[in-house]
Write a protein that binds this ligand. Structure first.
Ligand code: NOJ
Length: 593
């Protein structure tokens, strides 16, 4: 039985919960068509129950032409046939609830598919009642598109529509027209479809690019040109369309009309969000959503301001990562809520990006990253495959890739901008979204690791015979075991959910040290983000908190490297951390003599 708690209050159920994201296409295929489906998910719920997660975020399973793997919805109330039926959905939801898990659906309402009936109607004539559901502009006098923005998936954000003699706006692919939130009728449609799923029993929404729903209109109805950073080409338009003037008004209306009437978890995807916006949106008193997915820590390995965006690679500098995380921790503690993630279906695999995916360190560094992330305050999200330390895929050629963003970028970077093909492929191997979309390897036996008995829609990771769920779960020192431990700890130790998180030695380029404190509880987390042994000391200010005549003794709560245990028990001064080792320690006060 799931108990309801007042929105945002200390003790709200989602504050001590850990969520798990399922990307349905790649999770488990029950019918042999090579594409994961709802029955496949239901068949694997024991895996999630053993892990201990209390929330599942399910990426879109709605009817869709799959131009962007379901983030292009053609019917918000129907399930895509390749994923199953509404009856399969109800069965899956009931099975989750029976296990004490809640389901958070993906709400994709910044845009729809061009095959949605609204758009098919809207594009037929300027007088059609659905016309105003989308964003239309006349061409410039010379017939050119209304502004210079480049879409997230390349090309202009404006697509010509012959029947009405206008352009329509699409911030992503031309098959994902942006919805017009200025229209009250459109907003009513969104509230109604949200109620449809909540009344069916779902427990909340992850809201796709939700801070893009209000566009920055000028008084004359124009969307201003973006600054020119790449002369002679279209300019990145993404930043221009985030955090528009009516965002809070729309979100508060959503809260009033829908969310206040249900017990939900809401998490808004918010690219370009600053801590100020994070606080404004997640403050339970005046905000609108429970938490955000912010991107500041995801943008640190790209060259700032480079028109190639995320594909312009730059080595990650650990102090930047720690400071960014800490800024969000400080800003939201006591007045908002963080979501914690290193991974999702749009990001490369964390063990390859932040850890070390060489065989000697893959498991250890994946366990260390789990400790580090789960040591922060907020709701952690685990993305499928992360719980077994699945690494990036060494894509040999563009033929191995399926993602629209990657394919378009590759075509334009090489074909139009003349960039070096080897460098473009290197960027795809490092940052391409397909890294996260290779199918779940459930076992080490063939033909396709238990993911499908058909032909998978995208190849499995080439090392699936060595890295798979069955093997990792059988290892008491595997990655799964570490996540399970961290989830269980969060459930029983309020300091992990509610305690203040402080970062220490923020300038250190290889060590990350955090403390959590709540009442008399003090926990310390020390992580080595490098390939050499490091020595760490208890920060002096924390040592002093023991009080005169007392000192701290460390009790290990989670250790990435089991061999670190004896050392971890007592020594806090000059303790040695092996390469990629992480320790979560509870400090106990003992008389100093
Ligand atoms: C963000 C989603 O996470 C991504 O997968 C999608 O392509 C875009 N929004 C457009 O919906």
């Amino acid at each position: 039985m799931i108990a309801a708690t007042r929105r945002g209050a200390v003790g709200a159920w989602w504050r001590s919960a850990v969520a798990y994201q399922i990307y349905p296409r790649s999770f488990c295929d029950s019918d042999g068509d090579g594409i994961g489906d709802l029955r496949g998910i239901t068949s694997k719920l024991d895996h999630l129950q053993d892990l201990g997660v209390q929330v599942v975020w399910l990426s879109p399973v709605y009817a869709s032409p799959q131009d962007d793997n379901g983030y292009d919805i053609s019917d918000y109330r129907a399930i895509a046939p390749e994923y199953g039926t509404l009856a399969d959905f109800d069965e899956m939801l009931a099975a989750m609830h029976a296990r004490g898990m809640r389901l958070v659906m993906d709400l994709v309402v910044n845009h729809s598919s061009d095959e949605h009936v609204w758009f098919r109607q809207a594009r037929s004539s300027r007088d059609n009642p659905f016309h105003d559901h989308y964003i239309w502009r006349d061409p410039k006098p010379d017939g050119a598109p209304p502004n210079n923005w480049e879409a997230a998936f390349n090309g202009s954000v404006w697509e010509w529509n012959e029947p009405t003699g206008e352009y329509y706006l699409h911030m992503f692919s031309r098959r994902q027209p942006d919805l017009n939130w200025e229209s009250p009728a459109l907003r009513q449609e969104v509230w109604a479809l949200m109620r449809f799923w909540l009344d069916r029993g779902v427990d909340g929404f992850r809201m796709d690019v939700i801070n893009m729903i209000s566009k920055p209109w000028e008084a004359d109805g124009r969307l201003p040109d973006a600054p020119v950073v790449r002369p002679g080409f279209l300019q990145p338009g993404f930043a221009m369309s985030c955090n528009g003037p009516r965002l809070m008004e729309f979100l508060r209306e959503m809260r009033r009309e829908v969310l206040d009437h249900y017990d939900t978890l809401t998490v808004g995807e918010a690219p370009m969000a600053t801590v100020r916006q994070g606080r404004e949106i997640t403050d339970p008193r005046t905000g609108a959503l429970d938490m955000l997915f912010q991107f500041e820590h995801m943008d640190l390995d790209s060259i700032p301001g480079d028109p190639r965006g995320k594909w312009a690679l730059k080595p990650l500098h650990l102090p930047d990562l720690k400071r960014t995380m800490q800024r969000w921790q400080d800003a939201l503690h006591g007045c908002g809520w963080n979501s914690l993630y290193l991974s999702n279906h749009d990001q490369p695999r964390p063990v390859s990006r932040f850890g070390c995916d060489e065989p000697a360190h893959r498991v250890g560094s994946a366990r260390m990253l789990a400790i580090w992330l789960h040591a922060h305050q907020g709701t952690p999200y685990i993305y499928q495959g992360e719980e077994i330390g699945l690494p990036n895929t060494p894509f040999a050629s563009i033929e191995d890739c399926r993602d629209i963003e990657t394919l378009n970028m590759h075509r334009i970077a090489i074909g139009e901008r003349g960039e070096d093909p080897a460098e473009v492929m290197a960027a795809i191997r490092a940052k391409g979204r397909d890294n996260a979309r290779t199918p779940m390897p459930w076992s080490g036996t063939g033909p396709h690791a238990g993911f499908t008995r058909g032909t998978p829609w995208i190849d499995l990771h080439p090392h699936w015979r060595e890295i798979h769920v069955e093997r990792d779960r059988a290892d008491p020192h595997g990655v799964f075991a570490m996540y399970r431990r961290l989830i269980a700890l969060r459930r029983v130790h309020p300091v992990l959910a509610e305690g203040r998180c402080e970062g220490w030695a923020l300038d250190h380029s290889r060590l990350a040290i955090l403390s959590r404190s709540l009442g008399d509880e003090l926990w310390l987390v020390a992580c080595n983000f490098g390939g050499d042994t490091e020595t760490f000391d208890l920060p002096e200010e924390l040592a002093l908190r023991a009080g005169t005549g007392w000192r701290w003794l460390a009790e290990p709560m989670a250790l990435s490297h089991p061999a670190g245990a004896p050392d971890a028990h007592a020594r806090l001064q000059g303790a040695r951390l092996a390469p990629w080792e992480g320790r979560m320690l509870r400090l106990c006060r003992v008389p100093s003599s």
